[in-house]
Ligand binder design. Structure first.
Ligand code: HEC
Length: 165
C-alpha cells in the first residue's frame, strides 16, 4: 500500500514537472506583451510631470495661513535656530528675520553663498527659499532639505512674521 502510494506520488511529481515546462514556454511567449504594457503605463506618467511645476510658483500672498500651526512646524528648525536675539546655534538667530538682509547677524560665521546672496528675507523670499534651500541658494551650509508642503511652509513663514517686528 505504502509503496503504491509513493509511486503514485512520484508519477504526479513528474507530471507536475512536465506541466511546469509547458508553462515556462507559455510564460516566455507572454513576456514581450508584459513589457509593452509597462511602456504604455509609463508614457502618461512622463506627460504628467510638468503639471507639478506651477505649484512652485504659488506665492505666499495667495495663501491662507495659520500661525499656530506654523509654530508647530518651526520644530523642524529648532535643532539649529532659535528666535532669541543674538543667540546663534548651528544656524544664525532668526530673531526679527522677516525683513532682514541675508547674512546680517553679528558674530555668526556665514557661508559666502549666504553672506553674499543679496536677498532680503521677505515673506515671499522665505516661502521660496524654505521649499529647497540648497536649490534657492547653492553653496549654503544650511543642511535642511526644505518644507515641501506649501501650506505647512506658508504657516511657518506666517509664524516667523508674527515673531518679527
Ligand atoms: C541642520 C541645521 C538647520 C536646520 C534644521 C535649519 N537651518 Fe536654517 N540655517 C542653518 C545654517 C547652518 C544656516 C547658515 C547658512 C549659511 O551660512 O550658508 C542657516 C541659515 C538660515 C537662514 C538665513 C539667515 C540669515 O541670516 O541670512 C534662514 C532664513 C533660515 N536658516 C531659516 C530656517 C528655517 C525657517 C528652518 C526650519 C524650517 C531652518 N532654517 C532649519 C542650519 C539649519
Amino acid at each position: 500500500m505504502k509503496r503504491n502510494f509513493l509511486m503514485g506520488a512520484a508519477a504526479l511529481a513528474s507530471l507536475a514537472t512536465l506541466s511546469a515546462c509547458g508553462g515556462a514556454a507559455g510564460d516566455n511567449a507572454a513576456a514581450p506583451a508584459a513589457q509593452e504594457t509597462t511602456a504604455a503605463v509609463e508614457a502618461p506618467a512622463a506627460v504628467e510631470a510638468p503639471v507639478a511645476e506651477p505649484a512652485a510658483t504659488i506665492d505666499f500672498a495667495s495663501m491662507t495661513t495659520d500661525v499656530a500651526k506654523g509654530e508647530k512646524t518651526f520644530a523642524l528648525c529648532r535643532s539649529c535656530h532659535v528666535l532669541d536675539e543674538g543667540m546663534n546655534r548651528v544656524g544664525p538667530s532668526l530673531y526679527n528675520v522677516v525683513g532682514r538682509p541675508s547674512g546680517s547677524v553679528a558674530g555668526y560665521s556665514y557661508s559666502d553663498a549666504n553672506k553674499n546672496s543679496g536677498v532680503t528675507w521677505t515673506t515671499e523670499v522665505l516661502f521660496e527659499y524654505l521649499e529647497n534651500p540648497k536649490a534657492f541658494m547653492p553653496g549654503t551650509k544650511m543642511t535642511f532639505p526644505g518644507v515641501k508642503n506649501a501650506q505647512d511652509r506658508a504657516n511657518l513663514v506666517a509664524y516667523l512674521e508674527s515673531q518679527s517686528k
